[in-house]
Design a protein around this ligand. Sequence first.
Ligand SMILES: Cc1cc2nc3c(=O)[nH]c(=O)nc-3n(C[C@H](O)[C@H](O)[C@H](O)COP(=O)(O)OP(=O)(O)OC[C@H]3O[C@@H](n4cnc5c(N)ncnc54)[C@H](O)[C@@H]3O)c2cc1C
Length: 551
Amino acid sequence: MAAGQNHPSFGMRIKNPTPSLDDRYYVEHSNQHVGQGCLSGSENSAAIGGWRFTGLKLCRATALSESISKDLLPFLTSIQPKRMSDSYDTIIIGAGMSGLAAGIRLAHFDQRVCILERHYTIGGLNSFYRMGGRDYDVGLHAMTNYARKGTKKGPLAKLIRQLRFSWEDFKLAEQIGSSIRFPGVELDFNNDIELLESEIQKYFPTQIDGFRNLCDSLLDYSDMDGDDPRFMQSAREVVSSHITDRLLVEMLICPLMWYGNAREDDMDFGQFCIMFRACYLEGFGRPYKGVRVILKNLVKRFRGLGGELKLRSGVSKIHTDRGVATGVVLDDGTELEGKRILSSAGSIETLRLCDDVTQPEVAKAGKLSFIESISVLDRQPSDFDFDRTIVFYNDSDTFHWKRPEDQLCDARTGVICSPNNYIYDSEEGKLPDGVIRITTLANHDRWCALPENKYRAAKIEQYDASVASSVRFMPDFRRYVIDTDVFTPKTIRRFTWHDNGAVYGAPDKQLDGTTHLPNVFLCGTDQGFVGIVGAIVSGISMANRHCLVGN
Ligand SMILES: Cc1cc2nc3c(=O)[nH]c(=O)nc-3n(C[C@H](O)[C@H](O)[C@H](O)COP(=O)(O)OP(=O)(O)OC[C@H]3O[C@@H](n4cnc5c(N)ncnc54)[C@H](O)[C@@H]3O)c2cc1C
């Protein structure tokens, strides 16, 4: 709606020349002040300060002192303002990437949506924090599914289009380049598949035709509803049918398992295709300011559309009545009604909330979790000749993708990431600190069983062990470290409530997002797509498919 125009349906008038969601407004009717707050809503209705209005005139705020004045309440009733009640079209569990994206989609179509988040902040598995005067990302190495501005196809383009963002809102710097390092052999890749192809031609010349055949046989994103019988095939078997050199199979599969495989040892071919496209064909990018840029944009858009976000509002129960969910009960006992519920809490975790389920099958929960260390350096990695964005390393010819059973961590394989090694715009410049992040496999139960003092000591020991392992595959940076932080599966569990601190959720995905209840649906990790872009696309797809029907 252009500034200063009458709203076609309600005669609403927005006076300020460039209305912005951050502006505060006061609401008038017949020159009387009836409310104030930030504008939210869409073309068909508007919300301010907890009231939903139609037929009002909206003016930019000048001096704001009072909220809704009581003597105007009868008057408000006569013009039918609708107090937003505690009954929603859709209740979303979790303010991670998928929940926020779903919320935007639904609020955009004028649904009353409430996102409930147990943590005191947003972001879930991929949040951010400040410590010792520095900003940290919880998990961000790279956003997969990179696409250049204006690209029409692919997950990133889809999310920008469907959530009505601009490319600048998700402005990503491209990776410099990444590597897969196994003993005595290294394959470099970047956001152009030709580099990986030329590396294979160079180091595995007999395998190049097989690699090209594998690329030709990949499932498309449109085949990812699980109906294609090839989806559930063993990725190791399918890849080995094209590539006969076992080492190359292990090398190609290693980054894809690290960035999105919930199954131990092997991977579903469908998931392999998703990750192959996300990592090798599309590639890696990162916003200069990290994940907070993405999250803040998502929240701003959601709230701007009138969505409600309640933090510290864990869902302890999903109420059911005669086989249908009727609402949720929060940890503090508050009850909220909802016509449908979309949950990013995880599949088993959601079933456990339903009061008609006595025993969810916990054995189906995912097991793969990580420790991640962050080392802040007194110099940029380029100062000691390290220019790799990500290094996926493995210290033998066979890649083991399994929870370590009899130890806290398994540092034989790991991921090294430097957020400094992206091609940032010249006006953004370099990141203030040099940073190296190292991720290794870890056992959730063992970490959680440690008493507090041993837990702290183990964090230090495992930091040392993972760094010692990683410097076999990169320059030794230990003498430049000025600060460190480490998080474990226990941390992941504590802040996301996912069983086993499982980063990629359950191995068996519920690709259509349905549950045993006709109005409870899954989005995010356990629906099928993982990673930042994957989770956002999942939220959008599940909102479109299940919550906008008949809207
Ligand atoms: C260490 C680490 C590194 C990673 N690195 C990358 C990376 O570099 N690139 C990338 O693309 N992806 C990365 N990921 C993966 C990515 O973060 C996730 O795939 C994605 O964020 C998942 O989003 P989601 O919405 O599905 O779930 P989540 O982020 O888990 O969101 C679920 C939310 O639900 C909340 N919740 C759970 N139960 C309840 C309840 N009962 N009531 C209310 N709220 C509840 C949780 O608190 C959480 O906020 C990483 C993850 C980790 C842990």
